[in-house]
Design a protein around this ligand. Structure first.
Ligand code: DGL
Length: 269
C-alpha cells in the first residue's frame, strides 16, 4: 500500500499523465522514468519498443518496488503489453483503453479522430480499442486517424508553439479537418503540450480529449478495489529519472511540469 506507483514514457510526454495522477492521488509516492536516452519510440520498430518497455517495467518492479505501473506511452502500449501483464505480479495500466473510452463518450456525432505516432497509428491499436468501447457502451463511433511524425520532437525540444509547429500541424491535420469529426483524441502523451496549436488548426467545433484524466481515474478505481491506495493524507514523494541527459531532463521537465520536478536522477540498468 505504501509502495510507489511507477510511470514511464519515452521522454516528457508521460508527464501529462503523471500530472493527472498526482493531482488526483497526491498522497501516493511516484517514480517516473523518461527514456530520453532512447526516444523517440514512435518511429522505431515495435519489437524494439516492446523490449524497452519490458526493461523499464522490470526496473520499476525490481529496483523501485512499485505496486503498479502506468505505461504513459501510447506507442509502448501499441507495441503490446501482454508479456508484461503475464510476467509481472502487479497491475499494469495503459493509456489507450482510457483514451478510446474518453473520445467515444465525449463525441456527440460519433465521428471521432485520433492522432498519434507512426507506431501507434500503424499498429491499429486505436481501431481495436474504439471498436471495443463502442461494443461495450452501445455507442456507434466512426474513427479517422492520422500519424503526426515530428510533433514529439518539437515537444522534446521544448518548442511548443510558433510558425514551424503551426505549419507542420496544418499539414498533418489536414485529412482530419476534412473528416467532419467533432472530437479528437490526442493519442500520444506528448501532444497535450501542443494542444493550443492543434486546437487552433482543428477549430472551435472540435473538442480535444487527452487520456491523462481518464487513465488517472482508472488507476484510482482499480487500486481502491485492490486496497492498494495509500491512505495517509500527507503529500507523497516524487522521483523523476531519465536515461538521457539528466540536467536537460530536469530543466525542460520543470518548465513543462512545474515545481514538483526540481530534481532528476539518472536511470540505468
Ligand atoms: N509519448 C509517446 C506516446 O504516447 C511516444 C513518443 C515517442 O517517443 O515517439 O506515443
Amino acid at each position: 500500500m505504501d509502495r510507489p506507483i511507477g510511470i514511464f514514457d519515452s521522454g516528457f510526454g508521460g508527464l501529462t499523465v503523471a500530472r493527472a495522477l498526482i493531482d488526483l492521488l497526491p498522497a501516493e509516492d511516484y517514480v517516473y522514468i523518461g527514456d530520453t536516452g532512447r526516444y523517440p519510440y514512435g518511429s522505431k520498430p515495435l519489437e524494439d519498443v516492446r523490449e524497452y518497455a519490458s526493461e523499464l517495467a522490470h526496473s520499476l518492479v525490481e529496483d523501485f518496488n512499485v505496486k503498479a505501473i502506468v505505461v504513459a506511452c501510447n506507442t509502448a502500449t501499441a507495441a503490446g503489453l501482454d508479456h508484461l501483464r503475464s510476467e509481472l505480479p502487479i497491475p499494469i495500466f495503459d493509456v489507450v483503453g482510457p483514451g478510446a473510452s474518453a473520445v467515444v463518450q465525449a463525441s456527440r456525432s460519433g465521428r471521432v479522430g485520433v492522432i498519434g505516432t507512426v507506431g501507434t497509428i500503424s499498429s491499429g491499436a486505436y481501431v481495436h480499442a474504439v471498436e471495443a468501447v463502442a461494443a461495450r457502451t452501445n455507442i456507434s463511433a466512426e474513427l479517422s486517424s492520422a500519424a503526426c511524425p515530428g510533433f514529439v520532437e518539437f515537444v522534446e525540444r521544448g518548442q511548443l508553439s510558433g510558425d514551424e509547429v503551426m505549419v507542420l500541424a496544418e499539414r498533418l491535420l489536414a485529412p482530419l479537418a476534412g473528416a467532419k469529426i467533432d472530437t479528437l483524441l490526442l493519442g500520444c502523451t506528448h501532444y497535450p503540450f501542443l494542444a493550443r496549436t492543434i486546437g487552433e488548426v482543428m477549430g472551435p467545433d472540435v473538442v480535444l480529449v487527452s487520456s491523462a484524466d481518464e487513465t488517472a481515474f482508472a488507476v484510482r478505481d482499480r487500486l481502491a478495489e485492490m486496497n492498494l491506495l495509500r491512505l495517509r493524507h500527507d503529500r507523497g514523494n516524487r522521483r523523476f529519472l531519465s536515461s538521457g541527459d539528466v540536467d536537460a531532463f530536469r530543466e525542460l521537465g520543470a518548465a513543462l511540469f512545474g515545481s514538483d520536478l526540481v530534481a532528476a536522477e539518472r536511470w540505468e540498468r
